[in-house]
Design a protein around this ligand. Structure first.
Ligand code: SF4
Length: 207
């Protein structure tokens, strides 16, 4: 039977949750509890979590249970990712986390309306479903995955959508990391408003 997901965000399709180190972007190297919500219709062909796309495969889990699990870990920070987590109303989950002094970070394509209370919003836009301007304007970090040379122009177009304070990162797509990293290095040296982001968790063999 299909999931009926309550609009108040008290039940969410949870694919997996784990305590690890944030491997990429601004918060690289910091311990955090990862909450991966299932469901995504963005359809990136290089997606490395395609098993997250179908939310029906995963149990609806009480947000209160997820919060209890997160609170058991020493780092008082969560990264809510997916899938595309903004497919769901995240107000309840994030408000309760913040009330327990747990900082809330999100990784999103920005393709859905922004809900929730956030200490850090990482917008990683995707070609297949454009980010909404409201998400771009609220982003603390713009992280563009570079798959080929034309993506630098695409990155600049998205940099126009974010606030002046937003941090700008270029990250090589993992399957082309050896080919793309030198291009990013050159680009960042010539355009230093951008910084390099690497998927350091893949080098460390951690999730
Ligand atoms: Fe995969 Fe993220 Fe793209 Fe969805 S938005 S298809 S989860 S990379």
């Amino acid at each position: 039977m299909a999931h009926i997901i309550p609009e108040d965000g008290t039940l969410l399709p949870l694919m997996e949750e784990f305590y690890t180190i944030q491997g990429e972007g601004y918060n690289t190297g910091k311990a955090a509890y990862f909450i991966r919500l299932a469901g995504c219709d963005v359809g990136c062909h290089w997606c490395d979590v395609k098993e997250s796309w179908d939310a029906e495969l995963y149990p609806l889990t009480a947000a209160d249970v997820i919060i209890q699990h997160a609170a058991q870990h020493p780092a008082k920070a969560v990264v809510i990712t997916g899938g595309e987590p903004l497919m769901y109303n995240l107000e309840y989950l994030t408000l309760q986390l913040q009330q327990q002094q747990i900082r809330t970070f999100i990784e999103t394509s920005g393709a859905y309306p922004l809900t929730g209370y956030w200490d850090w919003i990482c917008l990683s836009p995707k070609k297949f479903k454009a980010p909404l301007p409201e998400v771009a304007l609220n982003a603390h970090e713009l992280k563009v995955i570079v798959f080929n040379k034309s993506d630098f122009l695409w990155a600049e177009q998205h940099a126009q959508m974010v606030s002046p304070q937003c941090k700008l990162y270029l990250q090589p797509e993992w399957s082309k990391v050896n080919e793309i990293t030198p291009l990013i290095v050159d680009y960042v040296m010539n355009n230093p408003k951008w910084e390099v982001s690497l998927q350091t968790h893949k080098y460390m063999n951690i999730p």
